[in-house]
Design a protein around this ligand. Sequence first.
Ligand SMILES: *Cc1c(COP(=O)(O)O)cnc(C)c1O
Length: 647
Amino acid sequence: MKGSKSSSKVKDQTPSSWSAEKSAQLYGIQEWGVNYFNISEQGEVITTVESNGKKVSVPLIKIVEGMKERGLDMPTVLRIENLLDQRIKALNDAFASAIKNADYKNHYRGVFPIKVNQQCHVIKEIARYGSHYHHGLEAGSKAELIIALSQLQNHESLIICNGYKDAAFVDLGLYARQMGIPCFFVLETPAELPIILARSKALEIEPLIGVRLKLASMVEGHWNEDSGDRSIFGLSTNALLTVIEQLKQANMLHCLQMLHSHLGSQIPNIRNIRSGVLEACQFYRGLIAEGAPMGYLDLGGGLAVDYEGSQSNSTHSMNYQLDEYCINIVETIQECFDPLGISHPVIVTESGRALVAYSSMLLFNILDVRDHKPGLLPESLPEGSHDLLQNLFSVLKTVKLNNIQECYNDSIYYRDEVRELFHRGQATLRERALAENINLAILDRIAELLPEAKRISHELEDLPELLSDIYYGNFSLFQSLPDIWALDQIFPVMPIHRLNEEPTRDAVIADMTCDCDGKIDHFSSPEGTVNTLKLHPLREHEEYYLGVFLVGAYQETLGDLHNLFGDTNVVSVHINEDGSFEFVREFHGDSIADVLSYVEYEPKEMQEQFRRIAERAVREGKITVAMRQKMLLAFRENLQGSTYFER
Ligand SMILES: *Cc1c(COP(=O)(O)O)cnc(C)c1O
């Protein structure tokens, strides 16, 4: 702490019992952060990465300062390139070691599903760094195949084409084959096969074919629609037989070399993974028996991320480690195939989330706080106050541990009665305000007593949340964290500095859209999911920064333009072995003109229309010419400016 700029300030406000250590426990950073995130003695979130084989730690707040110097305002998505590389390495190393230890007689090939994060810089880095491991790409559409074909330089890396494929898609994939790129067409439906066969014949290029199977194994968790009979993807067993027949008739069964199954994303329970692999193995065996050569077993995605840090089989967690995942897959295949004398296939997985989640975080500042503390109350009520107010006031004087429920009921009752009077014009604005204020004071006292209460009702349980502060964050949930809104996803959220001060406020976080859905009010904690997050009181003239972590998967392209908040700034940082860092890529987010043009406004025309309005005002003597100029400038500057709050 010595020498740090704010040490004296921090000292005043820090009860000696608080520490960075306690913050670490409170926010669970060591559990969800794996070894990538932690808190320094200075109370700052640090990221620890490998750079040229050396471990280095950098405080995120330092990177934020670097952004500020470069004119990059909040909110910003920060990508740490080293973390992406480390995840690619971890996955490939874990499979390599499971394969070596089990004496498995084939290798692993990972493919990254582009849909999980399509951002150019992410894909380029996966292609560049992943080429050491022949890490390939999975494409679910023509656009994604075009990305894969242009970015992968290593011809041992696989390209897996899922999704519905038209003739143009198929042609592109066949040309890749001709150039020696291992590009598989995975059949989602039997209807795709005739197109593939026809184009293959026309171009005289043989395809590599895979079949995507609907597994009956069901999966717990959020995204389980991908598995089971009702899955909308994949071939039923019957459809598979049709495909085999058609291939045989076309004399192309030798092209069928891959079995593909995808149980779903974020599979929290290792048991489900094991049973899914086992079922896939049985299909694989069945296809061999039908005379297909096979050779590749693609197990799809599903490798989870422990967003909660609870290491459990809850939806947002996982009850296994990466090593265990790989060992389970390798061993299940061996156990199934060895007794049958089936040679070990190349193991393919399509891990998306587990590869990219860690490397991105959303950083934003807090603009304002609204607390629900009661205002100052008088010692006693004025003579002649309404009976209802008198009653309410006497409830306030009687709140005790043994009557909290009764006081709660009375308080709400009297407050509502006063509101009713107000409705009918029989109470004044001031009387209503006083009633609401006394009620708040009562609820506040009850909330203070709650931790000591033995049994509490549901209404009282919700009280701390109702009374919590609202921290207004400079971001849009719909743009930057769509899964929180759409899927009730939980991401770790915490301040990135001031962590050796005790956070004393209970808060929910609202975004800038002022939409009731635009808030974060579910947080993971050591006690499970809670509805409020502990935060620090704001300090005047000082920014307070929060980070939402593990957001590298699925968040960046699903976002929408709710209230026309556009893309945030995005910064990619590479950390060097001496702890310095470079901004390897900066993307300045949408301007207001950008988002307006997305919904088909013409910013030029809008300026012209505003100019005309201003000109008329000049003519009518409402403003001077000089004022007109000022207003036009403000209009133009706003168009070019950020959609978010600018300081
Ligand atoms: C979405 C998807 C994936 C990625 O799943 P993760 O759980 O993110 O690893 C893999 N394969 C297919 C076919 C997918 O649709």
